[in-house]
Design a protein around this ligand. Structure first.
Ligand code: DAT
Ligand code: MG
Length: 149
């Protein structure tokens, strides 16, 4: 079982797409572990995007993610990292496959609606960065046996 941080970024929140993103992840069969609606501090944004520090788009990325509230969530499931990134679509929306969130709702790389973790290790690390341990819920669903092999 893998875990991924999923953010509906400020553009997604402003455009009323929180429910759309949640619905797609729920319908895929992924299990929600935690959720928090918040205005991101500069410190959290810089830690979250530390890997991009120094890149030309870094300052804009920090300004964007801190500009308005985000919906932060952790979702889990088998192969959750790949499955969620597939549901979100390629980073650059014009390269995202039809049917993905970024294809269906975005045009620009700097307004691409969502964030999702890119490896199981980063999924765990980002979940720990954004949530306290007690904010993450370990639970099971009656339907799990029909989704998880
Ligand atoms: P992803 O969010 O698909 O994991 P990433 O980690 O490479 O993509 O980059 C993080 C975010 O930074 C991405 O969602 C949007 C922004 N970004 C990446 N490349 C960019 C670029 N060339 N110009 C503007 N923003 C960019
Ligand atoms: Mg990334």
């Amino acid at each position: 079982m893998e875990r991924s941080l999923v953010l509906v970024k400020p553009d997604g929140v402003q455009r009323g797409l929180v429910g759309e993103v949640i619905a797609r992840l729920e319908k895929r069969g992924l299990r929600l572990v935690g959720a928090r609606f918040l205005l991101v501090s500069k410190a959290l944004a810089e830690e979250h995007y530390a890997i991009h520090k120094g890149k030309p788009f870094y300052d804009g990325l920090i300004a964007y993610i801190t500009s308005a509230p985000v919906m932060a969530m952790v979702w889990e499931g088998p192969k959750a990292i790949a499955a969620i990134r597939q549901t979100m679509g390629a980073t650059r929306p014009w390269e995202a496959a039809p049917g993905t969130v970024r294809h269906d709702f975005a045009l620009e790389v700097g307004r691409n609606i969502t964030h999702a973790s890119d490896s199981p290790e980063n999924g765990e690390a980002e979940a720990a960065l954004w949530f306290k341990p007690e904010e993450l819920v370990s639970w099971s669903r009656e339907v799990d046996k029909w989704i998880f092999e």
